[in-house]
Design a protein around this ligand. Structure first.
Ligand SMILES: NC(=O)c1ccc[n+]([C@@H]2O[C@H](COP(=O)([O-])OP(=O)(O)OC[C@H]3O[C@@H](n4cnc5c(N)ncnc54)[C@H](OP(=O)(O)O)[C@@H]3O)[C@@H](O)[C@H]2O)c1
Length: 253
């Protein structure tokens, strides 16, 4: 298992929910984090909540931009104060709660642009940087993309979202072929239903109970439970091309 002490990770969607839980756990393990989201205030309060080891070089940063914009990533990568990137987590995402025939063109575009294109841009811009940082034989750099169980299982009212997340799985598997030889691992998480703003938006108490009844473990997951799965992917030097369900058994149904 590799220690995260002295490492730096970039986490899109790091201001809230799953991305923030991953940042909190990685920071507690000694990593510095750069959090990416659209709202500077939310990002700052998220960064302030991260653990800092006293007397260490561990630092946290924030950067606000829309991940679907290529120039947002370009600006970040050309920043002269940019830290090294040991771990890239692409967790920024938006959901859908409408049948396709009722989904506006704008919503279709936003979901694909954020969930899929945003993840592609993140990987495309950081891979060359991570390739240059290779040291020694141990494969220490990694990409962790956050897809969804809906990438592999149908979801009513989530067709475009499911398509975007299936794209993220395809992207990650292809990258595993492309970047392994350059000392970079690529893995993807498939969370089921997790308690965050995203599920709160569509799920009142009734919906939560309804969803819980579908899940073999009988409840929605916690962000911390997704974060420990991300930590496994970050620390295990042979974890490459993992497509990891973290869904309370929902994938078995
Ligand atoms: N919750 C679940 O049940 C669940 C299940 C499976 C997969 N997932 C996936 O897990 C990831 C995190 O979801 P979550 O539940 O933690 O959602 P969340 O609580 O709604 O947080 C979404 C995060 O993404 C950021 N974001 C959204 N659009 C963005 C954009 N265009 N540019 C930059 N940042 C953007 C948000 O920041 P700002 O809004 O401040 O920009 C926020 O940090 C998503 O990819 C989601 O699809 C979630």
């Amino acid at each position: 298992m590799q220690s995260l002490a002295g490492k730096h990770c970039f986490i899109s969607g790091g201001s809230r929910g799953i991305g923030l839980a991953i940042a909190r756990l990685f920071a507690a393990q000694g990593a510095g984090c750069t959090l990416i989201g659209r709202d500077e205030d939310t990002l700052l309060s998220a960064a302030n909540s991260l653990h800092r080891q006293e007397g260490s070089s561990q630092q946290h940063y924030t950067t606000a931009f829309d991940v679907s914009t290529q120039n947002g990533w370009e600006k970040l990568i050309s920043d002269s104060k940019l830290q090294t990137c040991d771990i890239l987590v692409n967790a920024a995402g938006v959901s859908q709660n409408s049948f396709l025939f009722n989904t506006s063109r704008l919503d279709v575009t936003e979901i694909i642009a954020t969930n899929l294109t945003g993840t592609i841009w993140g990987c495309k811009h950081f891979i060359p940087k991570m390739m240059k940082q290779r040291k020694g034989k141990l494969i220490t750099r990694c990409i962790i993309n956050v897809a969804s169980l809906l990438a592999t299982h149908g979801g009513r009212g989530a067709s475009v979202y499911a398509a975007s997340k299936a794209g993220v799985v395809g992207l990650t598997r292809s990258l595993a072929w492309e970047v392994g030889r350059f000392g970079i691992r690529a893995n993807v998480l498939l969370p089921g239903y997790i308690q965050t703003d995203m599920t709160k938006g569509s799920a009142g108490m009734d919906r939560k109970n309804e969803l819980s009844a579908l899940i073999p473990l009988g409840r929605l997951g916690l962000v911390e439970e997704v974060a420990t799965a991300a930590l496994f992917l970050a620390q295990n030097s042979y974890a490459h091309n993992c497509v990891l369900n973290i869904d309370g058994g929902l994938s078995a149904t």
